[in-house]
Design a protein around this ligand. Structure first.
Ligand code: SF4
Length: 446
């Protein structure tokens, strides 16, 4: 198939917000007549949608750009753009380091992508250098809600806020995404209704600190309840929550509506109050436990997942032990753990020495993973023999012939014997047959 406009390829790194941005960009381009290409080498427009939270993702960007240099030489009409958080943070520096880049665009400029590409083509045709557009004050299109917005099959993301007003010392997000902007509640509910009418079964509300959401006198739990009661919606999730904003009202709404999945992702980052203070997280361990204990009282069996950083500046063996103790006590269903790496432009990078040796960070990370794997396995074993509904969304990573999906508590289930095509995008009842460290096995329940 050919198109008047040409074809596009988007490579995305990072969080759900970036995945959602990719979908917005794809929808905008398709509305303009572009068609998707199967690889970068086949595309007329290549967009690298970046993440700057970890050093590795930035390295991956420049590796990828290095590989595209030859392509730009042999096919100079190909437009190469860098979008997302690295684009916002580095701006001109991306073009200085990779002069074959035609466009550097910040996340808040997504609505202008088609125009910016037209300008990039004109520059490229006359061999002019690439341009940068990273205006953080442009709020016109950040909540653009057209297009597909579909994550996969019957699941969709819905952005309710952008940016972050917190000042965690390790985090670059407030600089790359700007201060919080909250979308009007009526617009969110309207879009949610439209997605459900289009056949979406599961919606996930997105925001950097999603539960800090406000619209006038309405708080996050009001929005949650309004979306949860939309007829036809089967599952509602939200991410990422901040412990400081997780209220009893939100816990109460979660407990009251079956549509809201019994899963909470609540990043804690460390088990040590001293480290949390240096991170300026705005919460203590005792508050964290008060909140998750309350939620567990209200929703027995609720799954709680978290984020952990090891090797933050000044983290002692005692601090690290406090994180291991936290894991033992909290019994998370899943964790996302990382070694600290100083990100340029963050308070931690400019204020603290990165004084935990890399070998120590690696050792701590390995201990964290080993402990969590034991816990996850024990928690998963308790589900063997249970009947659980699974929304099928793809195939198993290890065996493409086996359908895979998630339970309401967000556990990955590989369903042996499910019909790959007919059952895809549907919620089917399964019987859990085996537990593993990162997933469950099941068969369709009869
Ligand atoms: S709450 Fe902290 S870690 Fe999360 S996005 Fe904001 S600054 Fe970053």
């Amino acid at each position: 198939m050919t198109s008047r406009r040409g074809s596009y390829f988007i490579k995305t790194w990072g969080c759900q917000m970036n995945v959602q941005d990719e979908q917005k960009m794809a929808s905008l381009l398709e509305e303009e007549g572009y068609i998707p290409a199967t690889s970068a080498g086949q595309a007329d427009v290549i967009l690298l949608n970046t993440c700057s939270v970890r050093e590795k993702s930035e390295e991956k960007l420049f590796d990828f750009l290095g590989r595209l240099k030859h392509l730009k030489t042999t096919s100079p009409r190909t437009i190469i753009g860098v979008t997302g958080c690295v684009a916002q943070q580095e701006g001109e520096a991306v073009i200085r380091r990779a002069s074959h880049v035609d466009l550097v665009m910040g996340p808040r400029r997504i609505g202008r992508l088609p125009d910016l590409l037209t300008q990039a083509r004109a520059r490229s045709a006359t061999s002019r250098p690439g341009a940068v557009d990273t205006d953080l004050n442009d709020l016109s299109a950040i909540f653009w809600d057209g297009g597909r917005g579909v994550r996969s099959g019957a699941m969709a993301y819905l952005t309710i806020m952008e940016g972050c007003n917190m000042g965690c010392t390790f985090c670059i997000v407030p600089r790359t995404r700007g201060r919080e902007v909250h979308r009007p509640m009526a617009k969110i509910v309207e879009e949610a209704r439209r997605r459900v009418n289009q056949g979406i079964l599961e919606l996930e509300l997105l925001g950097q600190t999603v539960n800090a959401y406000r619209d006038g006198r309405k708080a996050f739990h009001h929005l949650l309840e309004a979306v949860a009661t939309i007829p036809g919606l089967k599952r509602l999730r939200f991410t990422s929550s901040h412990p400081a904003f997780f209220t009893a009202n939100t816990a109460s709404v979660m407990a009251a509506h079956e549509t809201i999945c019994p899963h909470l992702h609540l990043p804690v980052q460390s088990g040590s109050n001293a480290v949390l203070k240096a991170m300026r997280r705005g919460h203590h361990i005792v508050d964290y436990f008060r909140r998750i204990d309350d939620l567990r009282r209200r929703i027995p069996g609720v799954a709680i997942s978290t984020d952990i950083i090891v090797g933050f500046p000044g983290e002692t063996e005692q601090d690290f032990q406090a994180t291991l103790d936290l894991l033992e006590q909290a019994r998370f269903s899943q964790i996302y753990a990382f070694k600290y790496s100083p990100r340029p432009g963050t308070t931690a990078a400019t204020t603290f020495a990165d004084d935990v040796p890399d070998s120590q960070k690696k050792r701590r990370l390995a201990r964290i993973f080993a402990l969590q794997e034991e816990i996850s396995l024990e928690e998963n074993q308790q589900l063997v023999g249970r009947s659980l509904p699974v929304l099928l969304a793809g195939s198993s990573r290890k065996d493409a012939s086996v359908a895979s999906g998630r339970t309401p508590c967000n556990r990955v289930v590989n369903v042996h014997g499910a019909r790959l095509e007919e059952d895809m995008g549907r919620i089917i009842m399964t019987r859990i047959t085996a537990a593993h460290r990162h997933s469950l096995s099941a068969e369709p329940a009869v």
